[in-house]
Design a protein around this ligand. Structure first.
Ligand SMILES: C[S@@+](CC[C@H](N)C(=O)[O-])C[C@H]1O[C@@H](n2cnc3c(N)ncnc32)[C@H](O)[C@@H]1O
Length: 341
């Protein structure tokens, strides 16, 4: 046995012991929470599925918002605006989330017990924590460009409040686009939560039937200004031709120094080859009116495949982050930054 292996073994035993005690402490707390979790679950499902569907808003956007709530309470990505938003949001229950996740939140805060899905880790080393980690990656992208850009465009913004988190001290014009019902509920909830949002231009649009670029230009978008486009988890729900067309249009709107940041899922992930859980989630999306339609073939050389796709859309890939790459998981998700060719 090598010296380093001998050292690693006791370390591994200690970590396993810590985990064992954390679980032993977590179980009684969770038992206390069970009746609340039961009520909270029913309330949460009713609000996000029944009320959300009745109001005609995006279910996938509600789901992403839940991760922002979790990131905040698990102290991995602070986002007090999203928490204030959820408290007034008709399609989610703050109490429901607390009652379902409260035992875990308390266990994390008291003795560091952290569920594997609610961590902010290096993207290349995770599969389980993709939903939270990707929020962190998009934060980093905004951090990197915020002082250089003059415009921020979020097509398919959902209930993302990233712009409000960043533009306080910046002179940046922000354009948020999404379907009319989703945007109406967002603006109404921001108002009820007392969250200042006057600096944002909200542009209702349905990509499938309207020209989002025309609407963006009508709202005052300036093609000559440096812009960051944030397209997080939207292409997955669009027809492939619509994704190509949208990216070509974004390329056309880019001035020198503008950046497009977006994510791609792989065909293997969409088919359920990598995670059966993902398929279950997609079926729920479909039931709620959102079908997953677009993914890239990434099984051979994913970086090359993504770069080629972007090139076909008039874009040059500048950054490429492949989730799970260093832990031997088949390519399932990546985030890229691109600029006009
Ligand atoms: C998974 S959500 C992502 C929301 C947001 N980018 C985030 O990270 O929280 C997908 C978003 O794309 C929007 N979307 C999907 N199809 C659309 C379409 N045809 N026209 C406009 N928006 C659309 C949905 O309304 C939803 O808000």
């Amino acid at each position: 046995m090598t010296h380093s292996k001998a050292k690693k073994q006791p370390q591994g035993i200690i970590l396993n012991l810590i985990r064992f005690f954390q679980i032993a402490l977590y179980i009684p707390i969770q038992i206390i929470f069970i009746p609340f979790a039961f009520i909270g679950l029913i309330l949460g499902i009713y609000k996000e599925m029944r009320i959300g569907k009745k109001m005609g808003i995006s279910f996938s956007a509600i789901k992403t918002l839940q991760y922002r709530w979790s990131g905040h309470y698990f102290n991995v990505r602070l986002d007090s605006l999203s928490v204030a938003f959820i408290k007034k949001f008709p399609c989610e229950s703050h109490f429901g989330l607390w009652s379902i996740l409260g035992a875990l939140v308390i266990s994390k805060r008291l003795f560091g017990f952290t569920p594997s899905a609610i961590k902010l880790v290096e993207p290349e080393k995770t599969f389980d924590a993709t939903a939270i980690t990707r929020l962190g990656v998009f934060d980093r992208i905004v951090d990197k460009h915020i002082h250089e850009i003059e415009q921020l465009v979020l097509p398919g913004v959902g209930f993302d409040l990233i712009a409000l988190n960043y533009i306080k001290n910046e002179k940046i014009k922000v354009f948020e686009l999404d379907q009319v019902n989703t945007l109406n509920v967002k603006v109404d909830t921001l108002r009820k939560a007392g969250i200042e949002h006057d600096t944002i231009s909200f542009i209702p649009v349905d990509y499938e039937n309207e020209s989002w670029t025309e609407k963006l230009l009508e709202a005052g978008f300036d093609k000559s200004k440096k812009t960051l486009f944030l397209w997080q988890s939207v292409s997955l729900f669009l027809e492939p031709e619509m994704v190509r067309d949208s990216l070509r249009k974004m390329a056309d709107l880019c001035s020198e120094g503008s950046v497009i940041a977006q994510d791609f899922y792989s065909k293997a992930f969409l088919s359920g080859e990598i995670s059966k859980m993902a398929i279950k989630q997609f079926k729920i999306f479909e039931k709620q009116g959102e079908t997953t339609k677009f993914a890239l073939e990434m099984s051979e050389d994913p970086e090359l495949a993504v770069g080629k796709f972007l090139k076909d859309c008039g874009l040059k890939m500048k950054e490429y982050i492949q989730f799970g790459k260093e832990i031997g998981i088949k390519p399932f998700y990546c985030i890229v930054e691109a600029e006009k060719l």
